[in-house]
Write a protein that binds this ligand. Structure first.
Ligand SMILES: Cc1ncc(COP(=O)(O)O)c(C=O)c1O
Length: 402
């Protein structure tokens, strides 16, 4: 317990300075509302970057976590735990995949799909030589494998990269198809909507085209649904709308509703690739994380959050389009799917400079890419909370300078 001033002084003294958090300290939340240590209310329209899908302090999630904490937290993967087996059943059913391997974050889920693809190629051809195709602007996480697939150079600067990854323009199927046939393509990795890169939805037919390309070239199609998954875009997973089935999917963020958990899902065909000893994580799929994810899946079903994301996403889109019409000198367009949407500012404006002004007005949003104000609210957000966010932007836009 402490005042904002005291806590910020402690933070600046003791926390490693790789993040640059806003200058207030959050203490509690309810639904899409957050409260800082001084009692100030914020409308949370970012949900911890697309994480708190069922909102803050959801009574069912809070109760189940507390109950499980009194029963069993962790046993390691030397032993089964009941909750993890049931989660694997429920998650593979909901996603139309066959197998689940659990970890703790999005980067780890992407490391798993990266290793799956390399190992599958090695088992088939006796070598890991070949190319993993990723896309410009993509974001797959901060560990070295995930970072190497990430397609924005600023994230990779000063770290080097794992070799064998090529980046092509996102949405450009012809560029993928033009890859020389004497190159072995191990896999293609794609986000259905590029989140961090600036909320770019894949163009119509892109995922299906990649599926066909992978089938032709004997490559795996890897879909990163870390940001788009768990009902955010209006269907349980965004690839469900594309009429395809990937070979492997990476999940995290919304899956635990705020409790850290990630997952790699695969089809049965790749079930035998990562054999015992080839990959793992001490905490992966522990009982508490599994209860969190099972409860999130239950709430998503009961509260019909995919349909809600679609419906509220359309309403938010209309509100943002109104802003674009009203401020043509400041706003270029809005885009997105469901409740993952971006307001694109005109060239010269910097989205992250807008955020502190919105925070003063009690609205929490994030930037994606250089010019995009990103909405990724809890899926339980109300229409009026979304409107509060849009009205705050309306008030702030005239004060912006290039
Ligand atoms: C599409 C995508 N993949 C992977 C990640 C990395 O997830 P994490 O930060 O949990 O490692 C992110 C995080 O923003 C993401 O948006």
């Amino acid at each position: 317990m402490g005042s904002t001033t005291d806590l910020l002084a402690l933070a600046h003294k003791h926390l490693y300075g790789n993040y640059k958090p806003a200058p207030f300290v959050l203490r509690s939340g309810k639904g899409a509302e957050l409260f800082d240590v001084d009692g100030k209310r914020y409308v949370d329209l970012c949900a911890g970057v697309a994480v708190c899908a069922v909102g803050h302090a959801h009574p069912k999630l809070a109760a189940r976590l507390a109950e499980q904490a009194g029963k069993l937290l962790h046993v390691s993967n030397y032993f089964f735990n009941e909750e993890n087996i049931l989660l694997a059943q429920e998650l593979t059913y909901a996603s139309c995949m066959d197998r689940g391997l659990f970890c703790n974050s999005g980067a780890e889920a992407n490391e798993a799909i990266f290793k799956l693809a390399r190992r599958a190629a090695w088992m088939k051809r006796g070598t890991t030589e070949g190319v993993i195709v990723a896309f410009h602007n993509a974001f797959h996480g901060r560990t070295m494998g995930a970072l190497s697939m990430t397609g924005t150079p600023k994230y990779r600067e000063g770290f080097g990269a794992v070799e064998g990854v090529v980046h092509l323009p996102f949405g450009d199927l012809a560029a993928v198809q033009a890859l020389p046939t004497d190159k072995h393509i191990i896999a293609v990795v794609v986000e259905p909507v590029q989140g961090e890169g600036g909320v770019y939805p894949a163009p119509e037919g892109f995922l299906a085209g990649l599926r066909a390309f992978c089938n032709e070239r004997g490559a795996l199609l890897l879909v990163d649904e870390v940001q788009t998954g768990i009902a955010r875009t209006g269907s349980f997973l965004a690839f469900h709308e594309a009429g395809i089935r990937p070979d492997a999917v990476a999940l995290a963020k919304g899956l635990g509703g705020g409790f850290p958990i990630g997952a790699m899902l695969t089809t049965e065909e790749y079930a035998g690739v990562l054999t015992p000893g080839t990959h793992g994580s001490t905490y992966g799929g522990n009982a508490l994380a599994s209860v969190a994810a099972r409860t999130v899946l239950e709430i998503v079903r009961e509260e019909k959050l995919a349909a809600r994301a679609k419906d509220l996403g359309a309403k938010l889109s209309a509100m943002l389009n109104d802003l674009v019409q009203a401020f043509p000198d400041h706003c270029e367009l809005e885009r997105g799917r469901g409740l993952l949407r971006g307001l694109v500012l005109r060239e010269g404006f910097v989205a992250r400079d807008v955020l502190p002004k919105l925070q003063e007005k009690g609205i929490l949003l994030t930037a994606a890419g250089d010019r995009v104000i990103r909405f990724s609210p809890p899926l339980v957000v109300t229409e009026s909370e979304l409107a509060e966010g849009v009205e705050a932007i309306r008030a702030v836009l005239p004060t912006l300078t290039k």
